[in-house]
Design a protein around this ligand. Structure first.
Ligand SMILES: Cc1cc2nc3c(=O)[nH]c(=O)nc-3n(C[C@H](O)[C@H](O)[C@H](O)COP(=O)(O)OP(=O)(O)OC[C@H]3O[C@@H](n4cnc5c(N)ncnc54)[C@H](O)[C@@H]3O)c2cc1C
Length: 302
C-alpha cells in the first residue's frame, strides 16, 4: 500500500510496520543534478519506500537546500521525507531558527546529528553558543518541537569514541534525550550489526536500530569513505573488489550481490528494515530492494 504524507511520524510507523525501507539522498549542487536526482527518486518510488531522507551538507553547507528538497519530495512525490540536521556552525538560537522553519513547512521527522566538520577541517569544533554532541540536538528538538527525532549509531563504534563501552553509553544517551529510532553507519559484515544490537539491548536501548546499507559501486570511493569513517571492509570482500577494480560493471554487480546477501540475512534475523545510502543513484538500490520484495526474507524472521 502506498504511503501518504501527513500522518507519518516515524515513531508511529515503526510501531505498526515491519520491514521499513528508506533511501538517503544528498542535496544536488546544480539544476542538472537536481533533475537527475528526481529521476532516481521517481524510479525508486515504485518500490514504495516508507520514507526518504535528505542529508544536511558537511559544515551546514546545504542549509536551505535540504529544506527545499525535503519540501519538494513531500509535495511533488508524496513520499514522507526525513530531514537530517546537524549542530555544525550554528548557535542554539540559529539552530532554533532553522527548526522553526522546518516546523513551518510541516517537516515531522528529523535525523539529528552532531555533524562532520566543514571541508578542509578534520576536527569537529563546537560553535560558541552552539552544541557539541548529537544527543544535545536530539534533546533540543524533542523538548521544543512536535517532531519525531532519530539519531545515528555506529556498529564498529564512532571513530572518535575511546572504546566500545563509551560509544554505547552515548548511544543510549540518544534514546534518553528523546530519539525514537537510530540509523546505523554503513557496515559490510553483519556480525558487526548483530553484536552491536545485542550490546545495545543489554545496555537498555529499546528503540529500533535500522541498518544503514551502502551498495558498493566504486572501489576507490568506498576505500576512501570507509577509512574516513572508521568502518571496515571484510578482507574476502576487499580481495574480490580489488581483483575487479578495472572493471566497473563487475564491481557494481559484486556490490549489488553483496548488499543483497547482507540485507536478506539482516531481515531474516528480524532487523526492522533497511536504510539505503543511495548516493543519489537508483540502479543498485533498485535491484537489491526488488529482489528482497520478491523473496521476502522477513517472513522467515521469528
Ligand atoms: C545515518 C547517518 C546519517 C548522517 N547524516 C549526516 C548529515 O546529513 N550531515 C552530516 O554532516 N553528517 C551526517 N552523518 C555523519 C555524522 O555527522 C558523523 O558521524 C559525526 O561525526 C557524528 O555524529 P553523531 O550525531 O553520531 O555524534 P555524537 O553522538 O555527538 O558522537 C560523536 C562523538 O562524540 C562522542 N560523544 C557523544 N556524546 C558525548 C558526550 N555527551 N560527551 C562526550 N562525548 C560524547 C561519541 O562517542 C562520538 O565519538 C550521518 C551519520 C549517520 C550514521
Amino acid at each position: 500500500m502506498p504511503h501518504h504524507v501527513g500522518d507519518m511520524r516515524l515513531d508511529t510507523v515503526f510501531e505498526q510496520r515491519r520491514p521499513v525501507f528508506s533511501f538517503e539522498f544528498f542535496p544536488p549542487h546544480d539544476d542538472a543534478a537536481t533533475r537527475a536526482l528526481f529521476d532516481s527518486i521517481a524510479q525508486l518510488r515504485e518500490l514504495e519506500p516508507t520514507f526518504v531522507s535528505v542529508t544536511y551538507g558537511a559544515g551546514g553547507s546545504t542549509r536551505t537546500r535540504t529544506i527545499e528538497l525535503v519540501t519538494r519530495i513531500r509535495r511533488e512525490l508524496d513520499i514522507e521525507p526525513v530531514a537530517h540536521f546537524t549542530c555544525v556552525g550554528a548557535t542554539v538560537e540559529q539552530l532554533r531558527v532553522h527548526l522553526d522553519a522546518m516546523r513551518d513547512v510541516g517537516i515531522e521527522n528529523i535525523l539529528a546529528l552532531r555533524g562532520d566538520p566543514p571541508r578542509g577541517e578534520d576536527q569537529f569544533a563546537a560553535t560558541p553558543g552552539g552544541l557539541s554532541h548529537g544527543c544535545e540536538l536530539i534533546k533540543l528538538i524533542h523538548d521544543g518541537y512536535d517532531a519525531c527525532v532519530g539519531g545515528a549509531c555506529y556498529p564498529e563504534k564512532h571513530l572518535e569514541s575511546r572504546d566500545v563501552d563509551d560509544d554505547l553509553r552515548y548511544t543510549r544517551m540518544k534514546e534518553e534525550c528523546g530519539a525514537s529510532f537510530l540509523i546505523t553507519q554503513l557496515f559490510f559484515d553483519n556480525a558487526a550489526y548483530f553484536d552491536f544490537v545485542a550490546r545495545a539491548r543489554s545496555s537498555g536501548v529499546t528503540v529500533p536500530v535500522i541498518p544503514g546499507i551502502m551498495p558498493i559501486t566504486n572501489v576507490a570511493q568506498i576505500t576512501r569513505f570507509t577509512s574516513r569513517i572508521g568502518a571496515t571492509i571484510p578482507p574476502a570482500l576487499m580481495d574480490a573488489l580489488s581483483s575487479r577494480q578495472d572493471d566497473p560493471d563487475a564491481v557494481l554487480q559484486l556490490g549489488v550481490a553483496w548488499s543483497t546477501l547482507q540485507c536478506s540475512e539482516l531481515l531474516a534475523a528480524g532487523a526492522p528494515g533497511v536504510h539505503f545510502y543511495t548516493l543519489n543513484r537508483s540502479p543498485a538500490t533498485r535491484a537489491i530492494l526488488s529482489a528482497l520484495l520478491a523473496a521476502r526474507p522477513w517472513d522467515r524472521a521469528r
